[in-house]
Design a binder for this molecule. Structure first.
Ligand SMILES: *Cc1c(COP(=O)(O)O)cnc(C)c1O
Length: 228
């Protein structure tokens, strides 16, 4: 692991983000890079923080809570599937939950938030591709879900998140990102608070940016040994 140059990797990713912003006609600096730190040793997180990054993503509650303890000044984002019985541990430690994917979870986050006098920011996870292995709402359920969830005072829905299928050529998943953006636009015309698109990972983040991503969740490209 010692031969990973995290800062070089970070610089490369930041450059790719800039170029994708240009290609997509996005304002420079408008896309937030969310390094995903699952299984990543603390020393690398320290390096990335020293380079000015504040926001990080974790996909498991236990690991997020541990990292939060070590790096309380960072903004921790919960990006992975969230079990209802783990919400309590997570509450107050995350700036944004990207993975609200069912009504029972919305109710749980809401009730715990209300009893703690906080409002928890969330994104609704959408299974655009319809893959069985993926979590998230069917896009056709989205409007009805939000119609009800918008009344829950303990949560604030700020946007949508998706995971595209893993493919060899990222170009193949462009329609997935385009569809999520289309849903965001549609929902935002009714509920203006719904504005953030969390989409794009190591394999496909440049395409996601061209299609309107506001947050890209990138792990391997920063923290793994690069073959290039
Ligand atoms: C791991 C993970 C990522 C980052 O994946 P990479 O391919 O390593 O960039 C993004 N989103 C979620 C939900 C993840 O679990």
């Amino acid at each position: 692991m010692t031969d990973i140059n995290v800062l070089d990797n970070l610089t490369k990713v930041q450059k790719q983000i800039k170029e994708a912003e240009l290609r997509g006609g996005r304002p420079p600096g408008s896309v937030k890079l969310l390094p995903v730190t699952k299984t990543v040793p603390q020393q690398y997180i320290t390096q990335v923080m020293e380079a000015g990054i504040v926001d990080f993503g974790e996909n498991r509650v236990q690991e997020l809570v541990e990292k939060y303890r070590h790096f309380p000044k960072a903004n921790w984002h919960m990006i992975g599937h969230l079990q209802t019985n783990k919400v309590k541990k997570l509450l107050g430690k995350t700036v944004l939950i990207h993975s609200l994917d069912r009504w029972s979870l919305a109710e749980k986050i809401n009730s715990l938030s209300l009893s703690n006098n906080i409002k928890t920011k969330v994104l609704v996870q959408v299974n655009v591709s319809g893959e069985k292995s993926k979590y998230g709402l069917n896009p056709l359920e989205l409007e009805d879900f939000i119609y009800h969830a918008i009344d829950l005072e303990g949560i604030e829905i700020q946007g949508l998140m998706t995971m595209a299928p893993f493919v060899d050529k990222p170009e193949e998943v462009r329609p997935v990102f385009r569809e999520l953006a289309r849903w965001r636009d549609k929902l935002a015309s009714r509920w203006p608070g719904i504005r953030i698109l969390s989409m794009g990972m190591t394999n496909d983040f440049t395409v996601a940016i061209e299609e309107g991503a506001d947050i890209v969740r990138v792990g391997s490209a920063i923290f793994r040994r690069q073959t290039l």
